[in-house]
Write a protein that binds this ligand. Structure first.
Ligand code: PFF
Length: 490
């Protein structure tokens, strides 16, 4: 059971904590972002954590490990398997770009050792280094980035191939402690930098006016779901490996708190103050706007280039991030593996290799179309929209269709901790209503009639459109497979 807690915590702690969270905070009002963020944690994150652990364990009892089939056990209606398809599709969408960004960390760790990274010691040269690495600067190419992508992708497949116990759990058992030790060492180093208070002040001094924007709430809710790995089907799959008597309440809470420690304490107090010290508010915002994961890549090496033993700290930092990314990216493939293995009765190793081939092809898109906004587009649909939507679907199914009484009992079966009673109405009313309103306001504010191309620059429109059509095609493809498996097993 400890293995599964570690696997879930490993999935949760990732690039979201150290790279995405700082960008979201800087883009959405800094300190004020923390208010919808903490509210979302209490009203969405924790309830969904419990729901997914409980529902996953329940589905696992019937031998199912993927969302379409797990959710169909809560209620028998043919539409549910298609809604559940999001729980395989969403993680794949995230995996497609996540693994590529993870591979940059390996590349950066390498260039930290060779010294090339820290040779670029101004904000401009650091931006230029990133653009060159990404193949976006004039005259640059993707050779290096591609090489590190290949290594990263292969590592993912090897770990998955070794299975849950011998691969994923073992990795998390080693990576998580290492990651926290590295993280605290770097935190202490950053907190002892001069001027650090200005940066910390930004994070902890709210500007309340942003609270009127639905976009900020959607971003906060999306970040909570993304960082906790909930609302997407991954934890359903991990929890399906539990036994009926295993606790889910305390386990879910442990995994969630571990993640928040890494996100708020480490992620928040390392990258954001660092960005302020070297870039100021305007510069930090510009760096954040340049890409959903860019901030940590351009700010952190600057710090390292100016402190004693910078090379060592840079290696620690990028090593830490790489490990954090690896324990998350493997989790994103697990629902698809469980689906193919359980429903097509394919041996795990074969399932991993076949899926690996498909994923490899899909991963080419963000690599070659990064400059066309494909990563941010995938991150929005896979990493925000799907999470809120699927979180809503799961909650309604469990709490309203399966029923709160049965749900409450199911969550407490084998529980080593009782959920306080005031959480019952929260889970029943507040969580689904909150998710629903976020979706609703977002639709309204985006302006549905213009096909939601708001804010997309003219030159990118064809690429964004192509990405969206591609995503729809991928979804239909997976849904057809789900359908095939469904009728084959009838
Ligand atoms: N929680 C991971 C992070 O913070 O980086 C990302 C992630 C992993 C999201 C798995 C969703 C998921 F299912």
């Amino acid at each position: 059971k400890l293995g599964i807690i570690l696997a879930v915590a490993g999935s949760a702690v990732g690039l979201g904590n150290f790279l995405r969270f700082p960008v979201q905070a800087v883009q959405n009002g800094g300190g004020a972002f923390m208010i919808p963020y903490f509210i979302s944690f209490l009203l969405l994150g924790i309830p969904l954590m419990w729901i997914e652990w409980a529902v996953g364990r329940y589905g696992g009892l019937f031998g199912h490990g993927s969302a379409p089939f797990i959710l169909s056990r809560l209620h028998n209606h043919r539409i549910i398997k298609y809604l559940g398809t999001i729980g395989i599709f969403g993680p794949i969408v995230i995996f497609i770009y996540y693994t590529y960004i993870e591979s940059w960390l390996l590349g950066y760790a390498f260039f930290a050792i060779t010294g090339r990274l820290l040779a670029a010691a101004t904000p401009e040269s650091m931006q230029a280094f990133l653009l060159t690495y990404q193949g976006l600067a004039p005259g640059s190419n993707l050779l290096t980035a591609y090489l590190f992508f290949l290594i990263t992708f292969a590592l993912n497949i090897i770990i998955l191939y070794r299975g849950v116990k011998g691969g994923i759990e073992l990795l998390c058992k080693i990576a998580l402690p290492v990651l926290f030790i590295f993280g605290f060492i770097i935190l202490i180093r950053v907190l002892t930098l001069p001027n650090v208070t200005a940066g910390l002040g930004y994070l902890w001094n709210p500007d309340f006016s942003v609270l009127w924007s639905a976009k900020v709430w959607l971003a906060a809710a999306g970040q909570i779901l993304f960082t906790l790995s909930v609302g997407i089907g991954v934890i359903l799959t991990y929890a399906s490996y539990l036994k009926r008597g295993d606790d889910v309440v305390l386990s879910g809470l442990t995994a969630a708190s571990t993640n928040e420690l890494a996100e708020v304490v480490l992620g928040g107090s390392i990258v954001i103050p660092a960005a302020f010290i070297f870039f100021g508010l305007a510069g930090a915002t510009a760096a954040a706007n340049s890409g959903a994961f860019n901030l940590g890549f351009v700010t952190m090496p600057l710090i390292f280039s100016q402190i004693p033993f910078g090379q060592f700290f840079a290696l620690l930092w990028f090593g830490l991030l790489f490990l954090a990314g690896l324990t998350s990216s493997v989790s994103l493939v697990e629902p698809a593996i469980a689906f193919v293995a359980d429903e097509f009765k394919l041996e795990r190793k074969k399932a991993v290799l076949r899926l690996g081939l498909v994923l490899f092809l899909l991963c080419q898109l963000p690599i070659f179309f990064l400059g066309q906004g494909v990563v941010d587009e995938l991150d929005f649909w896979g990493g925000t929209f799907c999470l809120v939507l699927f979180g809503l679907i799961e909650t309604i199914l469990f709490v309203w269709v399966f029923g709160i009484d049965k749900a409450w009992e199911e969550m407490h079966h084998g529980a080593e901790l009782r959920i306080p009673n005031f959480y019952r109405p929260i889970i029943k009313y507040v969580t689904p209503a909150f998710l629903f309103f976020i979706l609703g306001f977002w639709f309204l504010q985006q302006g549905w009639p213009v096909v939601m191309m708001h804010g997309v620059s003219q030159t990118l429109v064809p690429y964004v459109l192509a990405t969206r059509l591609g995503l729809i095609a991928l979804f239909i493809g997976i849904a057809l497979l789900v359908r095939k498996a469904w009728y084959a097993n009838k």
